[in-house]
Design a protein around this ligand. Structure first.
Ligand code: TYD
Ligand code: MG
Length: 451
């Protein structure tokens, strides 16, 4: 009997190695290598022997229909996809388990089926009953959506060829397998080979296919990064376990921009679009309290207003406590040091807690000025004007540096009804917007006069 040959794959990125290594040379992940049988090559003789010829086509002769997109009616999803689903595209939807991938795709299938589109929803994780239960929660117990509970890709392929749907959903790629690939479902070679087959179906038959891929930190299944380079579009669905909002982000898109995000809220009737994320993030904001200020962060090309809170209080311990929720801990420490040194506030004897309210994570430097204002406001116990927002990067010498897309941030503030905007002087000089007062700041000392 021929000996079965094994190779090692990185389950994060799919890198192949003849022997086991502790750290992946490609993605630098530790302890990510798993042993799997070598993927069999399909026989059929070399192309050279068969003397097949390929003929190039002139660009002008390639016909390309004008209407090659299907609108999903979920505005936020259409936006992230770059204006609807491109016919014949392969889209990967990644995210942590339980974040709402199945819910989003079932909602999309529902809306498409209601518009008489031929949609096939294939689940390898849930039985038909379970899908129906979910559909009932989404207020879609009766309808024409075609369901299939199957994990064998050869059978799925045959079904797709017979039914010829316009859109197919594969939930999830880690449960699918092809019999001729020796390894278990979820292994690197299975995930790669099944995606390969799906890509051939998508391109060959002009069917748009959505693939769900779970992000895994631990465990034996391969992560979606293995297939990121194979698909046309990669969307990641992210959110906080404690907050109900979800952000859909395009990290790769062959048919549109990757700067777009879609914002959703998980409710008991499924995912609801959040058309105005700023309003959503500022719900329940206290007014007239010290240590709170609103800033405008950018999520790709979209401005989102968030509230930054700080609590600074005296401590009797030698080691003051510092925490940062929703932003970078080290950045907060650095800003505390800058405030202490440049403005002479006695922060070394104070605990400081900084929080970006609403559960959003903001890591851009434009947040600096808001963090500093919140800290000073809390330290002095003086509330800031509730109709003021602030943004700007702060350097180590206390200088305030310019940030990108300042104009969009100011416009968003104006739209949300704010009256004063504190921003870097450099940015202020370039902006001409009426209806909101702009306060340019050069160094931190200018800030003190404001309070
Ligand atoms: P799901 O789509 O199953 O996640 P994934 O496919 O990414 O693993 O989402 C499951 C979560 O969503 C679950 O915790 C329950 C919640 N949920 C709601 O809050 N409302 C709803 O209407 C639905 C269908 C799910
Ligand atoms: Mg699911």
């Amino acid at each position: 009997m021929a000996k079965v040959k094994n190779v090692f794959y990185c389950k994060e990125c799919g890198y192949e190695s003849a022997k086991w290594v502790g750290q992946c040379p490609a993605c630098k992940e530790w302890n990510s290598f798993v042993e799997e049988p070598v993927a069999k090559k399909t026989s059929g003789g070399s192309v050279k022997d068969r003397r097949v010829q390929v003929e190039p086509t002139r660009l002008s002769n390639v016909d390309c229909e004008a209407d090659t997109r299907i609108m999903t009616e979920i505005g936020e999803l259409d936006r992230v996809l770059g204006g609807g689903i491109v016919i014949g595209s392969l889209v990967l939807v990644g995210g942590d388990p339980g974040i709402g991938k199945s819910t989003l795709l079932l909602q999309m299938s529902r809306d498409l089926a209601r518009k008489n589109r031929n949609v096939l929803y294939i689940s390898g994780e849930e039985s038909l009953k379970q899908i129906k239960m979910r559909a009932s929660r989404l207020n879609y117990a009766q309808g024409d959506l075609l369901l299939l509970s199957e994990t064998n890709l050869d059978l799925i392929e045959a079904a797709i060829e017979r039914i010829k749907p316009e859109v197919v959903i594969i939930d999830s790629i880690q449960t699918m397998f092809r019999e001729d690939v020796g390894s278990a479902p979820g292994s690197v070679s299975q995930v790669r080979e099944t995606t390969n087959s799906l890509m051939k179906i998508a391109k060959g038959m002009g069917i748009s296919i959505f693939i769900v891929g779970h992000v895994t930190k631990e465990g034996v299944v391969a992560g979606p990064r293995v297939l990121e380079h194979m698909v046309d579009t990669v969307l990641y669905f992210e959110g906080d376990n404690h907050a109900s909002y979800r952000i859909l982000r395009a990290v790769k898109n062959r048919f549109g921009s990757t700067n777009e995000i879609g914002v959703f809220e998980m409710r008991n009737i499924g995912l609801v679009e959040v058309a105005n994320p700023s309003e959503y993030m500022l719900q329940g904001r206290p007014e007239g309290e010290s240590g709170s200020i609103v800033t405008c962060a950018m999520e790709g090309t979209r401005p989102i207003m968030v509230e930054v809170q700080a609590l600074v209080c005296h401590t009797n311990f030698n080691m003051p406590r510092r925490t940062a929720a929703g932003t970078d801990y080290n950045r907060v420490n650095l800003l505390l040091a800058v405030v202490e040194k440049r403005l002479g506030l006695q922060l070394a004897s104070c605990d400081a807690y900084v929080n970006v309210a609403g559960g959003m994570k903001v890591n851009e430097p434009a947040l600096d000025m808001a963090i500093i204002l919140a800290i000073i406001s809390s330290y002095k116990n003086k509330p800031l004007d509730a109709k003021t927002i602030a943004f700007g990067e702060v350097g180590l010498t206390g200088e305030v540096r310019s940030v990108n897309q300042a104009e969009q941030r100011v416009l968003e503030a104006k739209k949300m009804g704010y009256e004063v905007c504190v921003l870097p002087q450099v940015n202020k000089e370039l902006i001409e917007i009426k209806g909101i007062q702009l306060v340019g700041i050069k160094t931190l000392r200018d800030l003190l006069q404001l309070l």
